[in-house]
Design a binder for this molecule. Structure first.
Ligand SMILES: [Fe+2]
Ligand SMILES: [Fe+2]
Length: 164
């Protein structure tokens, strides 16, 4: 598809968000299974369920816009997942892994926040249907809450304790 207008950019970014959200359901499952810190496991599990709703909201947005729900690949997201697996192949410490997963989780939330901020700015400029805007805004709010939750989960405090 040729991208020329702001409307094209909006559609492109909506499809990118759809790609990321759909893969995040499984990625958060993987993080939840890999993590051993109880609070971190809970944070990933809770946000995994929210992410399923994010996918549903994006499908509703596509529907309201009269668009078919299709994906645009996001290699930077795939890279984060690859990085997690490469780290696991070398890691010999659960504490370090929990720290790394917390950081990986926050990176994905920041990525999603940037995506939704961009989409919402375009939605305002393009005067997109309020219902579509609300769906994007609800996702954005839950990404912010997920980021704050991960920030509040202690990052491998036991590692720091051992160093003291
Ligand atoms: Fe999300
Ligand atoms: Fe998220």
């Amino acid at each position: 598809m040729t991208l020329e207008t702001e409307a094209d950019l909006f559609e492109y970014q909506l499809r990118s968000a759809y790609y990321v959200e759909r893969r995040l359901v499984d990625a958060l499952d993987e993080l939840q299974t890999s993590a051993t810190d109880g609070k971190l496991v809970d944070a990933f599990a809770e946000h995994r369920d929210e992410t399923e709703v994010h996918v549903d909201r994006l499908e509703e947005a596509f529907d309201l816009l009269g668009m078919e729900a299709t994906e645009e690949s996001v290699p930077s997201f795939d890279g984060l997942l690859q990085e997690k697996r490469e780290f696991d192949a070398q890691a010999q410490s659960e504490d370090l892994q929990n720290r790394f997963y917390n950081q990986a989780g926050r990176q994905t939330e920041r990525m999603e926040l940037t995506m939704y901020e961009g989409l919402l700015t375009l939605a305002d400029e393009l005067d997109v249907d309020d219902d579509v805007r609300d769906l994007l805004e609800q996702n954005r709010r839950e990404e912010t809450a997920a980021l704050e939750k991960l920030n509040s989960v202690s990052e491998g405090s036991s590692v720091l304790d051992k160093l003291r």
